[in-house]
Design a protein around this ligand. Structure first.
Ligand SMILES: *[C@@H]1O[C@H](CO)[C@@H](O)[C@H](O)[C@H]1NC(C)=O
Length: 438
């Protein structure tokens, strides 16, 4: 495998990290994504870029390697700076929590949960990011009553408005190696504009009183006040001093919540404007190392009803209240264990509309999964059973599903969902077993 020019290579299988899933499933909202003309499944199909305080990190991924490079403002050093790329690698390992063995976790969840087991192969490589808590907090204040594409727009416009661009970059080069032959039909026409990269603004930039009005004019609605007030509260409480690494005092303080027990950290976050239980839990899971925390909303409630026998009416939105929140939380924690928050994010992703074709043979955001046309299923109501052993299972599946529905209707209420169960027979058995035990 050739390393794209300017990049360094970190051996990392897709089953440990799938950028195509993890950077698009509503954890972080600031990555820029560019298609590349990959002509074989072993070549990277996209480049992903994120602006940190002092550099833009660029990533590409092949089935067994993560390629990374960083771009700084000013002319590039010659020769390339090993020390700075080593910092980027350290950041990557921290941000993607690469010391956590995701395959081992998937094994454990599959062991504990037949629903998880049924789609683990399709939704592999989905892990929790360890984000900057300040950025994560503000992004999730934006997330209330909102969807991923609109949150992404808001977060990007916030950065553009309140932090000067660090640098500009043209779209990634469309030549990966000297032997590269352009495909006849590239995925999308190349974007020609140069993109400006803005770091996430610090608390002091968002605390000024005029910020609310400006954010309102940018379409933030009631979230505009929450953002300004939360920034103001944090600065009132902790000051705006800058530490040596350019972090302001509130940012440093938010990081200290990583060492605090979950209930205490939650209480601290709940003091902030625009932060309810759900937002606090998202921040704790996604940036404060609280791996067991499951943020609950009606979407997760529906998953719990549909697949885990939680009480409630499938398909109708129900108001969330603290008691119900705790009940759903307890139920799902019991299913998944210590890393329940991580497991939840796999299910959450699997249930997103934008992931309806993820991991399927065609069309697929990960060409890696492309397989022979014979694997494409003829049955409209079921996603193709990739990449499980195909032929035998396929011919048996309809029968298995029918039997299962007769046995455990609650467990399979929506076969058109991306979370459709592929090993329905064994699920039914497990459900029966569990009911007998339970
Ligand atoms: C997201 O929300 C906005 C505003 O409510 C809406 O216009 C848009 O269609 C939504 N997008 C998706 C993908 O649901």
């Amino acid at each position: 495998m050739s390393v794209p020019s300017g990049f360094r290579a970190l051996p990392l299988p897709l089953i440990q990290l799938s950028l195509a899933a993890v950077l698009k499933c509503g954890q972080s909202f600031r990555w820029s994504i560019y298609p590349l003309p990959a002509s074989t499944p072993s070549e990277p199909s996209h480049e992903y870029r994120l602006c940190l305080r002092d550099r833009v990190v660029c990533l590409r991924q092949s089935p067994d390697t993560l390629f990374y490079r960083s771009v700084f403002a000013g002319p590039p050093p010659h020769p390339p700076d090993d020390a700075r790329e080593a910092e980027t690698l350290t950041w990557l390992k921290d941000y993607f929590q690469l010391d956590v063995d995701l395959v081992k976790l998937y094994d454990e969840w599959s062991e504990r949960d037949p629903v998880f087991r049924s789609f683990r192969t399709r939704f592999e490589g989905i892990r929790m990011l360890r984000q900057d808590p300040w950025e994560n907090l503000i992004s999730f204040i934006c997330s209330s009553n909102n969807n991923i594409s609109r949150i992404t727009k808001m977060v990007k416009s916030l950065c553009k408005q309140y932090s000067p661009p660090l640098l500009s970059l043209p779209p990634p080069t469309f030549t990966l190696g000297s032997l590269h032959t352009p495909p006849l039909d590239p995925p999308e026409p190349p974007e020609l504009e140069v993109e400006e990269f803005h770091p996430f603004p610090p608390p002091s930039s968002l605390a000024r009183p005029d910020v609310s009005a400006t954010l309102r004019s940018l379409g933030f609605g009631y979230r505009a006040d929450f953002i300004q007030k939360t920034a103001q509260m944090l600065i009132d409480e902790h000051g705006a001093d800058k530490a040596s690494d350019c972090q302001e005092a509130p940012e440093m303080w938010l990081r200290t919540l990583r060492d605090m027990p979950t209930p205490e950290a939650r209480l601290e976050l709940l003091k902030l404007m625009g932060v309810g239980r759900k937002v606090a839990d998202c921040v704790m899971l996604m940036s404060l190392d609280k791996k067991e925390v499951i943020p609950i909303d009606t979407h997760v409630h529906q998953i719990a009803i549909k697949h885990y026998g939680m009480r409630g009416t499938s398909g109708t939105k129900q108001a969330m209240n603290p008691k119900l929140y705790d009940e759903i939380n307890a139920k799902l924690c019991k299913v998944w264990g210590d890393y329940a928050g991580w497991a939840h994010s796999v299910l959450f992703t699997a249930d997103l509309k934008s992931f309806a074709s993820y991991g399927l043979p065609t069309p697929s955001p990960t060409p890696v999964k492309r397989s022979s046309p014979s694997a494409v299923v003829e049955d409209d109501t079921l996603p193709p059973p990739l990449p499980l052993p195909t032929t035998i299972r396929k011919s048996r599946k309809r029968k298995q599903l029918t039997e299962t529905i007769a046995v455990a209707p609650a467990a399979i209420s929506d076969t058109s969902s991306p979370m459709v169960l592929q090993e329905a027979g064994s699920l039914a058995e497990r459900v029966k077993r569990r009911r007998r035990q339970g």
